[in-house]
Structure formats: structure tokens, C-alpha cells
Design a protein around this ligand. Structure first.
Ligand SMILES: NC(=O)c1ccc[n+]([C@@H]2O[C@H](COP(=O)([O-])OP(=O)(O)OC[C@H]3O[C@@H](n4cnc5c(N)ncnc54)[C@H](OP(=O)(O)O)[C@@H]3O)[C@@H](O)[C@H]2O)c1
Length: 205
């Protein structure tokens, strides 16, 4: 699959490396061509501008800050049907709330001809870089929210490519819950808490 990545930072490098290793053709797009080229070289991808990455990818990972992502996709020419993976978190770091709610829905409203899937926002780039992980005998689950089943399935394949388990989690209307969950969990982690025991299986005694 041809994958474009907007951004050349931590998430671009962590996820892009896995996808290159899985046999995908990845183009890292940056606003600074030399930084994009450096990241691409480290992971065995090609590089170019933000528009080149957008035009290249059947799937495009939006790995830029949440506060600029809507403006960025609005400025770019995006082919109808392109799958946009939104991994952003608009976290207000003073109190670990959301600086901006429902980013994925805002992206979809800005480019309604694209198919937005929220994914990969719940764990840090270091976690993705070190994937796959096994917890209590099972792989790390990756919730996916999107309205188009075919788009969600494409992203599910990219989740499996990094050794994780896709967890279809409803339509894009539920993506805001994933964004809030990330803010909630990070707020607990940074104060020394541990979120791993917070969710028990249904029916657990
Ligand atoms: N890092 C994590 O652990 C993590 C986990 C889950 C989700 N996320 C989300 O993933 C996204 C990317 O995070 P990251 O850690 O990869 O960030 P990062 O390392 O800071 O990289 C951000 C990238 O966005 C680019 N960028 C910044 N402003 C831009 C603009 N106005 N137009 C175009 N490109 C711009 C930067 O370009 P320059 O190089 O030119 O500055 C850089 O390539 C964020 O939304 C973040 O919330 C991150």
C-alpha cells in the first residue's frame, strides 16, 4: 500500500518504520524538506513536501500537532476517498483536559470527501516504536473509530502490521471519546498512577 505521512516527528518515525518493514511504500512529507528527508532515510522511506505525501498516499497518517491539523488538511489537495489516519491529541498540558474537543470530526468536516479514522492516539511514540507488545498473553489493542467500514479495515491491516490488535470502536462520533481517554490516561500516568488496572473484563468477579 502507498502510505503518505504528514510530519516527520516521533509518530511519523515510529509508525512509518513498521510499515516500511511490512512492505508498504511510505513517503514522509514535511514542511522542511531536509528534516523530512532525514526521517525518511532513518526508516527506509522516501520523502517530499506535505502535498507530495498527501497525493502519494492511498492512506495518509496525520502526524502533526492537533492545533494545526485542520488547517493543514484544508490547505492541501486531498483526493476523494483518501483514508486519513488521525492520531492527534489536543491535550491541555496544564491540567490534562482537552484543549480542543473532537479533532477527528473537525478534520472530517474540513475534508468530507476523505475517510477519517481515529487510531494510534492512545499510546506514546515510544510504545509504537517498540511494538509488538504482549500483555497478559494478548497483543496491545488499538481502538479504531471511523464511519467507513472499508477505511477502518484498511487501518486495521496497518495495526496488524505493527503486531497489534485492531479494536473497532464505533463511528467517528466516538473518536472524541478516544481523545478524552488519552487525556485522562496521560493525566494519570504523569502523576505516577497506573491506568492498566482500571478496566476489568465484563463479568469479572
Ligand atoms: N509522541 C507521542 O507520544 C504521541 C502519541 C500519540 C499521539 N500523538 C500525536 O501525534 C501527532 C504528532 O506527534 P509527534 O510526537 O510525532 O510530534 P513531533 O515529534 O513534535 O512532530 C510534529 C511534526 O509536525 C510538524 N508540524 C508542526 N507544525 C506544523 C504545521 N503548522 N504544518 C505542518 N507540519 C507541522 C513538525 O514539523 P517540523 O519538523 O517542521 O517542526 C513535525 O514534523 C500529534 O498530534 C500528537 O498529539 C503523539
Amino acid at each position: 500500500m502507498r502510505i503518505g505521512i504528514l510530519g516527520n516527528g516521533g509518530m511519523a518515525e515510529a509508525l512509518g518504520r513498521h510499515w516500511v518493514q511490512a512492505g508498504h511504500e511510505v513517503l514522509v512529507g514535511g514542511r522542511d524538506l531536509s528534516r523530512a528527508a532525514e526521517t525518511a532515510e532513518r526508516i527506509g522511506a522516501t520523502s517530499g513536501s506535505l502535498q507530495e505525501a498527501t497525493s502519494y498516499g492511498e492512506v495518509v497518517l496525520l502526524a502533526v500537532p492537533a492545533e494545526v491539523v485542520v488547517e493543514a488538511v484544508t490547505r492541501l489537495s486531498i483526493a476523494p476517498g483518501t483514508v486519513l489516519i488521525d492520531c492527534t491529541n489536543a491535550i491541555e498540558h496544564s491540567d490534562f483536559t482537552l484543549a480542543q474537543p473532537a479533532v477527528a470530526e473537525a478534520i472530517s468536516e474540513a475534508v468530507p470527501h476523505a475517510q477519517v479514522v481515529k487510531a494510534f492516539n492512545l499510546a506514546a511514540d515510544t510504545v509504537w516504536r517498540a511494538a509488538p507488545h504482549v500483555f497478559e498473553g494478548g497483543p496491545l489493542g488499538v481502538p479504531l473509530c471511523g464511519d467507513e467500514p472499508a477505511a477502518v479495515e484498511r487501518v486495521a491491516g496497518l495495526v496488524r502490521d505493527i503486531g497489534c490488535e485492531p479494536v473497532p470502536s464505533g463511528g467517528l462520533v466516538r473518536a472524541a471519546l478516544l481523545e478524552a481517554t488519552a487525556a485522562f490516561a496521560i493525566g494519570i500516568w504523569v502523576t505516577g498512577g497506573d491506568v492498566r488496572g482500571l478496566f476489568t473484563p465484563l463479568g469479572a468477579a
